[in-house]
Design a protein around this ligand. Structure first.
Ligand code: GAL
Length: 739
């Protein structure tokens, strides 16, 4: 047969197979507005525009549109789709993610609802990051086999981006291959290798073929360094393991596909190994952590020198101001400074291998949190199920796993600690999960750690617990009695008070924060004040006026690339407002095991996305609050959180926030000025493939003929350059320190 004809026939047969397996809903008819008749098959949408269904409408001519809009997907449902499947009993409708809430109709009937609309009983609730997947029996009378069908989606966007996004929606059959899962485990050493595990959850013998490759970047090209093709045969409920090579010191991409024999349907997997860039701390001493510390005159002083090195370490501090003493065995400095002023203290940490010295500036004045607070908060892991036991276990792990030696020191309880009624004198009391707050505070302080808490200016918190409304002074006094060092103050349910007052002036947004600020400042201890009202009325422009030490600039973060990217890379406009004691807060960290409730899961961010997350937060001078169960921290996450050169960028005493210097295609370069005159650069690749990113010499206005560069994650000098280009992995970053 003619070669061309053969190719054509092959292409046609592949296309036919693809068509049989799945119906892609790549485009839809689209209209903004709202009318329930738009769900019906009789409605004629010929005048509606055509829109791509894998990207928000804001990127397709409807920038900034918030409110209702409808999508209509017309498709023919051929029974060949059903016949080509193994079980033939259940159909899947996958509509990707929908920003924010929606109703999904099939041929005019409602089949699914996600989140809720402002007019609904519960008010507006977003479910923007949840994938929409509906399963219907193939006998469902709503399905019109071998006829035209219509899926209409009523979407409400409550703010930010809107509409269907993240992937091409599709329809296919639930099949034998859906009962098969594929996972990869990367060993810690070369010898351990990597293992691909295929599990068969069906009651059926599963056969097929696995194909896998391991690739790594060599020079500027991805090269295959291991290959696997093997037959698969798995008994019901069993697992089969396939071994491949492993390169724990390099970044490798493992791609695998399994094709099921009966249906030729495929499952795929792509994973990067958790490659650790942070070098192991040396055995000789090294002093880490902030080089400047603020305290108010007369407030209790508590600062533990953060240092790594073989234990035991002997700590000392020369030139401490009057009123402070150091505990030589622990490095905890305590006491009280009576008068305002600045003191330079020489810290020293010794062991039998050597000594490390570092200057600490103690600034006694009105400003605290002179560098971004670093610590832990319970919300992203435990949500409302936080308990004293869970906090203590993370605090203990913070010390045991050495995080405290790198400067992590706040242990903050988020929502969920409050009882449902106040005490007889109106005082706030804890629920049974926190039997002894003062005892807990003492336990933390004894170890040089700090203690944080959460409340809301409304009658209720966001989690429905008691808020501080009309009890602000009383609550602040209670907190101070427990030894609280940090208050995260939300907005929830204050919205109702705000509406009732019918005042929409800027002052009305500042008011609840002013009230609590006065209450906090009347206490005889320093309480870091963290505002959490999601950036309303550009809080970064006035957060300092209510004496906020940090302010959330966005809504809540989640462990997805969309959430990380949407929040992290939108912080440029706030940059001028960051300064010592005043920090923009793009929300807490989402690495490690997170969950927002009693059940935790490993973060859904890829390895490179996690490097991007920590790098960006360090460059942005963001507060760093770990949001995972520290007692379950793995080596990779530990490496992410204990890189002293990255932490140094975050804790730099100048307090600048990185600015976006250059965007080219899917790449962004951010730069942060540091106190020693050097600059930290983040070369970020937001795209899907390895990309070369150059140091933007012109945009950085470099006057010298060249510059020296240091790779911060690897903690290695790179050399002296007149220009430099790094290969950056997809969704990943290279952080450089430039002199
Ligand atoms: C949200 C806040 C979260 C968490 C939660 C507690 O408003 O953004 O970080 O504090 O309330 O209910």
């Amino acid at each position: 047969m003619h070669k061309f004809l053969l190719c054509l026939l092959l292409a046609i047969s592949l296309a036919a197979r693809a068509q049989v397996n799945r119906i892609d809903l790549a485009t839809a008819k689209f209209k903004t507005g709202d009318d329930v008749s738009w769900s019906t098959t009789s409605y004629n949408d010929k005048d509606w525009i055509k829109i791509k269904s894998n990207d928000n409408w804001d990127h397709q001519g409807f920038a900034g549109y918030d409110g209702f809009a409808w999508y209509r997907f017309h498709f023919r449902l051929n029974s060949s789709l059903k016949n080509a499947s193994f079980w033939k009993d259940s159909l899947r409708i996958f509509l990707a993610k929908i920003d924010d809430a929606d109703e999904i109709y099939l041929n005019g009937s409602l089949i699914s609802k996600n989140g809720s609309f402002p007019s609904d009983k519960d008010g507006y609730i977003t479910t923007w990051s949840r994938p929409r997947e509906i399963h219907l029996s193939t006998n469902d009378p709503l399905l019109l086999w071998d006829k035209e069908n219509l899926i209409s989606v009523r979407v409400y966007d409550g703010g930010g981006l809107g509409g269907i996004f993240s992937a091409v929606p599709y329809i296919n059959m639930m099949d034998l291959v859906d009962a098969v899962t594929m996972n990869v485990e990367f060993g810690k050493t070369r010898e351990e290798g990597s293992a691909i595990l295929i599990h068969n959850a069906s009651g059926q013998l599963v056969r097929g073929t696995i194909k896998a490759t391991i690739q790594t970047l060599l020079g500027s090209k991805m090269e295959v360094v291991d290959l696997l093709v093997a037959p698969v045969m798995i008994e019901p409920g069993m697992e089969q393991e396939f071994n491949m090579k492993n390169f724990p010191d390099s970044r490798i991409e493992l791609s695998a596909s399994f094709i099921e024999e009966n249906t030729r349907k495929k499952i795929e997997l792509k994973k990067v190994n958790p490659y650790i860039l942070t070098p192991h701390p040396t055995s000789s001493p090294r002093i880490n952590g902030a080089a400047v510390y603020g305290v108010r005159p007369g407030s209790p002083f508590l600062y533990k020198i953060a240092a790594t090195g073989k234990k035991p370490l002997l700590y000392s501090a020369a030139g401490l101001p009057d009123g402070l003493t150091i505990e030589n065995a622990t490095g905890i400095i305590r006491g009280e400074i009576k008068t305002a002023g600045e003191t330079k203290v020489l810290l020293s940490v010794k062991n039998d291998l050597g000594e490390s010295k570092k200057e600490l500036t103690i600034r006694c004045g009105s400003l605290i949190a002179l560098t971004p607070p670093m610590g832990w908060n319970s919300w992203n892991c435990w949500g409302l199920s936080v308990s004293e036991e869970k906090l203590r276990s993370s605090a203990q792990a913070l010390m045991d796993k050495g995080l405290a030696d790198h400067g992590w020191n706040y242990m903050n309880i988020d929502d969920g600690w409050e009882d449902s009624v106040r005490g007889k004198n109106g005082e706030i009391v804890t629920n049974s999960k926190f039997p002894d707050m003062k005892g807990l505070g003492n336990w933390l302080h004894d170890r040089g750690l700090k203690f944080g808490i959460y409340s809301s200016p409304g009658t209720l918190t966001c989690g429905g617990y008691l808020g501080s409304y009309k009890h602000e002074l009383q609550d602040a006094t209670t907190y101070a009695g427990w030894g609280i060092d940090y208050l995260k103050y939300d907005w929830c349910s204050y919205g109702t008070v705000h509406q009732q007052e019918k005042d929409t002036s800027l002052a009305s947004y500042m008011k609840p924060y002013m009230v609590m600020q006065k209450a906090l400042r009347s206490q005889s201890r320093d309480i870091v004040y963290s505002l959490c009202q999601y950036g309303m009325r550009d809080v970064w422009k006035w957060g300092n006026l209510v004496d906020g030490n940090s302010w959330r600039t966005t809504g809540d973060i989640e462990d997805s690339w969309e959430s990380l990217k949407g929040i992290g890379f939108a912080q440029n406009k706030m940059s001028p407002y960051a300064q010592p004691g005043r920090w923009n807060d793009p929300d807490m960290l989402i690495v490690g095991e997170v969950g927002w409730g009693p059940r935790l899961h490993p973060t859904r961010l890829t390895v490179d996305e996690q490097y991007t997350h920590i790098s960006l937060w360090c460059l942005l001078s963001s507060p760093l609050l770990i949001g995972c169960d520290i007692s379950r921290l793995d080596d990779f996450t530990l490496g992410l959180l204990t890189n002293d050169e990255m932490i140094e960028i975050n804790q730099d005493p100048l307090g600048n926030q990185a600015k976006l210097v250059l965007t080219v295609g899917n790449t962004q370069v951010w730069a942060k000025e540091l106190s020693d005159g050097s600059r930290a650069l983040g070369l970020f690749n937001l795209g899907e493939n390895y990309t070369g990113i150059a140091v933007p010499v012109k945009e950085l206005k470099i006057k010298a003929p060249g510059f020296s560069l240091r790779d911060c994650w690897r903690q290695k000098e790179l050399g002296y350059f007149t220009n430099y280009r790094a290969m950056v992995p997809p969704h990943g970053v290279v952080v450089l320190r430039m002199k």
